[in-house]
Design a protein around this ligand. Sequence first.
Ligand code: SF4
Ligand code: SF4
Length: 482
Amino acid sequence: MLDRAFPVPDQDVIRDAITEGVIQRLLHEEDPRFRNFQICNACGSCTPYCPARINDPGANGDPGYLARKVTAALQAGRRPELNLSDCVQCYSCETACPRSVSIGGIINAVYETEHLQPIFRKMLLDRGGLPPQAFLPVYVSRGRFRKFVAKAVRYPYPVDSRAIDEVRRLLLHPLKASVFSPPGHPAPKRPLTRPDQVFHLNSCCAFNYPGADLSQKKILTALGVRYKTSSSQTCCGGAPHYMGGAGFADRLLLTARNLSVIQDTVDPGGDVPVTGICPTCSDSYTAALELLSGSANRTVVNEALGRIGREVSDPGTFSVANVLDLYPLYLDELRRLVETRLSGLRVGVHVSCHYRKMNGTLAIPPGLQNLAAVTGARVTRSVMEQYCCGGVKNLFDRHQRGRPLELSRLNRLVHQDFMQHRLDMMIVDCPGCELVYDHMGVPVLHITELLALAMGADPRETVYIQGHMTSLSPALRRIGLL
Ligand code: SF4
Ligand code: SF4
């Protein structure tokens, strides 16, 4: 008998060894998210926009913070030193980088390997997306259980069983990200023209703000734009992907399958603009169309889709018609459709990081402020427009860590900015940002909801303001809408 106990294995050493192996494998496999990291020259352009840096007081004043933590570590064959959970997957770093290095993408690849979240993946397999119960903890933590139940009963998640079966068959044969090659250059963006018809996506996050979805339909109808929807359309995979529940290839396959559904749904002939209230969906479709523009990638995707009897025959017919690109084509009509000018309403605007990611620019596009101004609301600009709202991923991480009400440093800065400007509410283009503001106690509306209110929509029936966690009633009462 041995009279000495075996030495206890050092868990940190084991974890580091596994991670080193992961890094070596990802480098060896040429995951498309790892492209270009060797050419990072630590210029620091990405650092100022990074919420992980903002949340780490020790990083202040270090312009090379992100590069040192991530790309330099990889160049030395080591795991990124950044706490991966600190990255909110906003991709501001990618948008800021003059060399098209995607630090967010690198972290996503490592995170996917280390932390693929079984709970979000199970939701995809069982329900074809994030069903209402994915959001339940967010409501419970704010004592808003009744609001959750009312919405879950009134607006159940509409995905049909055949679609769920197809998603299951697709995802149960996972593909490696490394089978896809980077598009090399972005697919040429066609200028968006006024469409005759659009396909309107149902986004998972719309559960929280059914008013944004109903408002979008009201606006399209008022503008004379025919729209189609389909209960065979599932989640694009975007939100689960950024939260660690769907891999790179999973997201691509889910979006590609939806493109096939859309192809079958819209009237044949002509272009197919894909719209919806969520920039993360827009970003998923933009990324998928870019990848599918390469014939090798298209072959891999269509082989996988072939197993479920689907195909994307011509990705070139689709365009992404995010609301911030679509509605500015109709500014004069929208102005004429305004029944009640929202004069006296003081609003701030917040453009989502994923909208800016999909456009590859950090500049604040004029779309959101112009649309808000159409309603007569007074728009106050702020330096915080440059920053992430704090991120849905951070919100879910806090819930998982059992500290749902503990705001991140960025959340506090964003909240402080709102108070200092004495605003009535924030206007956003993203249901995820809307959830973050709403959860931190800031009154907020999606731009579609603001437009619909100005166009005479019923605040309770169409905009469903009673579903918000933070009350909008005081501000709407003050301007006579309630
Ligand atoms: S990732 Fe890009 S922006 Fe950031 S330090 Fe490297 S080269 Fe500069
Ligand atoms: S994705 Fe966002 S949080 Fe993550 S490293 Fe890039 S800027 Fe920072």
